[in-house]
Design a protein around this ligand. Structure first.
Ligand SMILES: [Ca+2]
Ligand SMILES: [Ca+2]
Ligand SMILES: [Ca+2]
Length: 193
């Protein structure tokens, strides 16, 4: 039941309009709803992690599952194991919008802080860089650095108190001047888009 509905529920629409009205028209939101529905597994009404992995695997040549799992984790804001349309739309909005600086920094921090304990460790950062490399089959950020070297590079600049972890405060204050840490997450599978 429910998987035949061709429109988001009126309540979801209303909640999305309240946040996104300056950013997206109704038609655009409905366009994203079409994409959302097209990504659903047969018989399911909400996006699962498997569906996320499938979509990312179609878009990239490399091994996309590790990266897709992290994106899924951040999109699933209530942590119930599925991404509903509202979470999906907010995720698209925050990850794609150049306007919402604070939300964007928060989103990027959550991507790197994989276990959600409020700190980014070297292992977490290295895992994210490795996942991006494997998925895109390319060196990240257009240079020849390894994930280890990149991690060391950012820790030298971000880990102000040298405790081998990056707090949210350290991240937010440094990322404003080191946008590349965010750009690395904004992977565009269609550069000609
Ligand atoms: Ca959810
Ligand atoms: Ca962590
Ligand atoms: Ca620190």
């Amino acid at each position: 039941m429910g998987n035949k509905s061709s429109l988001p529920s009126p309540r979801t629409m209303k909640e999305l309009r309240a946040v996104l009205s300056d950013e997206y028209t109704n038609e655009e939101i409905l366009g994203w709803f079409e994409q959302y529905k097209a990504s659903l597994s047969r018989g399911e009404s909400k996006l699962t992690m498997e569906a996320f992995i499938r979509v990312y695997s179609r878009l990239f040549e490399g091994e996309a599952s590790n990266f897709a799992e992290q994106v899924f984790r951040v999109f699933d804001t209530d942590g119930n194991g599925v991404v509903d349309f509202k979470e999906f739309m907010m995720g698209i909005y925050v990850s794609g919008s150049p306007l919402e600086e604070d939300m964007k920094l928060d989103w990027a921090f959550k991507m790197y802080d994989m276990n959600g304990d409020g700190y980014i460790t070297k292992d977490e950062m290295k895992f994210m860089f490795t996942s991006i490399c494997r998925m895109t089959l390319a060196q990240i950020s257009g240079n020849n650095s390894t994930p280890e070297e990149l991690t060391d590079y950012f820790f030298e600049r971000f880990d102000e108190d040298n405790d081998n972890r990056i707090s949210n405060k350290e991240f937010v204050s440094r990322a404003r001047n080191h946008r590349e840490i965010i750009h690395m997450l904004e992977i565009n599978p269609c550069p000609d888009d």
